[in-house]
Write a protein that binds this ligand. Sequence first.
Ligand SMILES: NC(=O)c1ccc[n+]([C@@H]2O[C@H](COP(=O)([O-])OP(=O)(O)OC[C@H]3O[C@@H](n4cnc5c(N)ncnc54)[C@H](O)[C@@H]3O)[C@@H](O)[C@H]2O)c1
Length: 471
Amino acid sequence: MASPQQINDLQDAFNRATVSGSPGAVSTSPSQSFLQNQFRSRALSVSKHTKPLKPFSAGDMKILLLENVNQTAIDIFTEQGYQVDFYKTSLPEEELIEKIQSVHAVGIRSKTKLTEKVLAAAKNLVVIGCFCIGTNQVDLEYAASRGIAVFNSPFSNSRSVAELVIAEIISLARQLGDRSIELHTGTWNKVSAKCWEVRGKTLGIIGYGHIGSQLSVLAEALGMNVIYYDIVMIMSLGNSKQVSTLNELLSKADFVTCHVPATPETKNLLSAPQFAAMKDGSYVINASRGTVIDIPSLISAMKSGKIAGAALDVYPHEPAKNGAGLFADELNDWTSELVSLRNLILTPHIGGSTEEAQSAIGIEVGTALTKYINEGASVGAVNFPEVSLRALDLDEENVARVLYIHQNVPGVLKTVNNILADYNIEKQYSDSQGDIAYMIADVSGVSAGDIKSLHDELSNTPFKIAIRILY
Ligand SMILES: NC(=O)c1ccc[n+]([C@@H]2O[C@H](COP(=O)([O-])OP(=O)(O)OC[C@H]3O[C@@H](n4cnc5c(N)ncnc54)[C@H](O)[C@@H]3O)[C@@H](O)[C@H]2O)c1
């Protein structure tokens, strides 16, 4: 086992080779042209027969993009003719307040805080795109109360996580982490004892959602048997089989991997009794959320040899930024004990961190924002009722789409439909979530002159939060 000094030396050498950009460093990343080709074809395309709608009274769409949002999103917005104001970083609060005043949409990642104070300054804002998974940097409730929909991208990185887990399964079975660190520090240790092929072994997946099911397909391609446990009955992919209890999974699997959300039920889902129920010499992987595994119990199970190896990508407390010395006992008091274990792969929450995932996030959120701006479709919004109407046909003339966001109180639709009653309501859909409700209606027989009066009348209704008309 490498000494702490050897590990430090190794870390210094590694930093010199990567962080400072060694001239001889070789990039193994796929070329930009590969990424562009792969994702361009999936970018938003408007059907030839679909009537493009434009907003009444909003002028040119202005979108503020912060924190180096992916190019795929910029391409989508510029193709739509939106005015894009792009920044590589987040902005200081005062500057953000100034910039947000006039824009219709804003795209951020995790660093920009869209607080009530910031959002209160936004006079024209209709939608926020979080080009990431989390949305707790946005005051979602306040945004909803102002009629501002918020979108994120929860599933664009599922494949990236599944591939990392595949890499970890093989790495643990072959003790790759230990062999690599030994050789980096000068120790030749050619061993085959307790090193295994994964073919024919059983993978137990806890949580068969977006990531778990992708992983299942990949693992079967490696010749593994796959079983899974989920609180919901889910149709299996390939030859994988759902088991009815967690204990059944634990007692049968050679590798156990967690892909559940962080909920009160999944807190310490794997703790001392669960490790005891596992096969001797089995392996544990967690790339879901840090609360799912009770790490002190894992440490004990690994020390006793019950668990032969583990890979962790997530932790109860994680540093807020990159830097040396941050993953320490001050953060989680068991850290020094954990890092001393053998056949333990530790990664800094990189499961979803790939170029492909970033491109896919750009497309997913960019498309959601565009559909909301152009069509009013709020499907996938995190703070808002999810409503959508099919697009209008090209040959539909004198049709206007009314997007009406209002407080969820009795009588509102009666008032609105009285105003719309002079026209033919072709289709209408309404839904509510908590205090907010959202109605879309396509009304025909509306001349250009009618739109202004329709807009004025609907704007003056009680309980209205926001209104847009597309035509
Ligand atoms: N490491 C990373 O970088 C990274 C990246 C993306 C997602 N994640 C995390 O991975 C986890 C899974 O993500 P996903 O996209 O597959 O989620 P998902 O919502 O698609 O799937 C989760 C599955 O877990 C099941 N489940 C919920 N509670 C359960 C319980 N108590 N026991 C068994 N099954 C339960 C659900 O029914 C669902 O099928 C999440 O915690 C997510 O935050 C991590």
